[in-house]
Ligand binder design. Sequence first.
Ligand code: NAI
Ligand code: MG
Length: 503
Amino acid sequence: MASKAKAIAAKSAKSKAAARKYKMYINGEFVEARSGKVFPVINPSTEEVIAEVPEADENDVNRAVAAAKAAFNSGAWPQTTAQDRGRILFRLAERIRKEAAHLADLECRNSGKPIVEAEYDIADAATCFEYYGGMATKVLGHVNPVPDNALSLSLREPIGIAAQIIPWNYPLLMAAWKLAPAIAAGCTCILKPAEQTPLTALEFAGYLTEAGLPPGVANIITGFGEGAGAPLVKHPDVNKVAFTGSGAVGKAIVKMAADTLKRVTLELGGKSPNIFFADADFEAAIDGALFGVFINQGEVCSAGSRILVEKPIYSKFVDAMSAKAKKIRLGPPLERETKMGPLVSKEQFDRVSAYQEIGKKEAKLAAGGGRPSSMKHGYYVEPTIFYDVDNSARIAREEIFGPVATVIPFTNEADAIKIANDTPYGLAAAVWSRDIFKAFRVVKALRAGIVWVNHMQPTYVEAPWGGYKQSGFGRELGPWGIEEYLETKQVHINLNEQPIGWY
Ligand code: NAI
Ligand code: MG
């Protein structure tokens, strides 16, 4: 016992020494929380504390919103041209690419995702800044064809001060999806990263001043949902809230935003169907099913977590998928061969483990089902496959957000569509078939914001991202993404020199 206590003391002393102290970024400066409070950031693979960050509360939120408000109304920002904003975004993209190795390493340590995936994420974040750098100068107004001697214009203007609250599964990439279109549009923002994964966003904050962004335009505050997220959403000077995360918090945000009628966009994940017809390429199908649900440890809002398989291939499919799942290389995320790291946190580990137990009562287990015995510490979960799942089971209805697949048989096209749409969610879906006519009929019948055919998960900054039904509203990425940060102003210029002449 004494030696165990000693070992724990030594471990925490070691992690304390290694823990870097970060500050948050308000009004162009790195600052502590007003309260002086900090909280630890954990490496989910080693369970060690790797950093300490400020714990923002309402006072810090007020300070950040005041900075964003001042920057929106006066100083350099309202005078910048679209070209200026575009160039700032290009410089940010360039800097991210320059620091890519460091950022990927940090993202990997903080989130637990495999290093190779972290490298893709960082590259995608840079691409997002480039894309909206180009888009800044492509925001167009209109001349409205009114039946009078007048010039009627529609002007596009920034929506104002944006609160942006993001999750932990793609930390820097989600920051990019939020900040890039907002800056391109001329908004000012307060971004709150998830409490589990604030490090790459804080690192990125250090690039903003050098890229030429005036103080107060982008503020990055660290803290928890209740303490920092909620006061940010409620703040009367905030005009728009952009949120990615759980459905429960999404619904709470809509209610909190109602009092001041803020614009809200929500991306709330789902229970996305991945549909396999018997005529699909079998090898590609097995790969697609695994990739769809296990990439990023299954911590993906669009995870293909309901795998619908047509009866003639069902048994063979379950066998082949399970055999391959058992061979997925789980391990330390910094090793390049690793295909699956730990879940992000103890809390997420507990949540996913609980669903594994629920699944064992609701369906049959084909692979995984627990914690891998090979890993001595870290929040690792085995890739888990349940089959003969009824679509009414909890594991088929509730978002698990971990590597847990539910395989459901179907009899024909109509049955597949019925099961696929029988969910409160509607973020994504995929269809696998060699019959393009059938595949496209299914595409049209699916109530989901993103549908892939013979693939699952490829995501491009050029294409719209967002859900139907309870997966949220609004769209990110592409021209849709910047729309959510713009207002439309109608301007009427009278070209008649005579008085109106009514009275
Ligand atoms: P969450 O929705 O609680 O957290 C996401 C973000 O919202 C974090 O930045 C958090 O600090 C903030 N937040 C939490 N409560 C808030 C409040 N009352 N007001 C304002 N902001 C608040 O998600 P959590 O707890 O990390 O994960 C729970 C489940 O949510 C997951 O198991 C998964 O099902 C889902 N989720 C979905 C995501 C998606 O991409 N759509 C991402 C992360 C989680
Ligand atoms: Mg939560």
